[in-house]
Design a protein around this ligand. Sequence first.
Ligand code: C5P
Ligand code: MG
Length: 190
Amino acid sequence: MIHLILFGPPGAGKGTQALALVEHFKFMHLSTGDLLRAEIAAKTELGMEAKRFIDAGELVPDETVIGMIQILLQRICTVPGVIYDGFPRTVEQAKALDQMLTSCKEGITALLSLEVPHDELVKRLLIRGESSGRTDDADIATIENRISVYEAKTQPLIDYYKQLDKYHPIAGVGTIQEIAERLITEVDQL
Ligand code: C5P
Ligand code: MG
């Protein structure tokens, strides 16, 4: 089975490209951001707790996010492939994912890292904020905070997966179609 982490800063195009990969390879799409937004829309206790962090551009605590993934473990262990979109976001989450996959005799195949310059990220997020109504895309201060949080807490994952020889950088600029083709070519070579 194939387990791909679609990685990159906020605005790198993880969600968009996950859909392209899911359509092409029929993998399961596991977006922790989407799961959290569904919890918020359903006004669950977990959702209300997560909303405070998300609106501030901060990360939801590891145990909450890891718990959410654990609930899906049975499916993760049985589908032909999974695309992880927005997870793991910390080294703690990466270690928890490794443990969960080991428990079903699986492992991460690769980390596909979408590389996009800072100014392009900000531009994309401001445009998305206008159309999506996402509260965390609404103002520049929250966007800049999310990028800083990414650099401090999430970027270290690159070294984590480099050491495991699983790091695959992909140019994340160009048209959606061009980037999707780069990703599909990379996955075909795995
Ligand atoms: O992945 P996405 O950009 O959709 O996530 C939106 C927000 O959800 C993040 O900025 C963060 O506040 C929260 N989140 C998180 N931990 C994750 C995934 C998302 O804290 N693993
Ligand atoms: Mg997303």
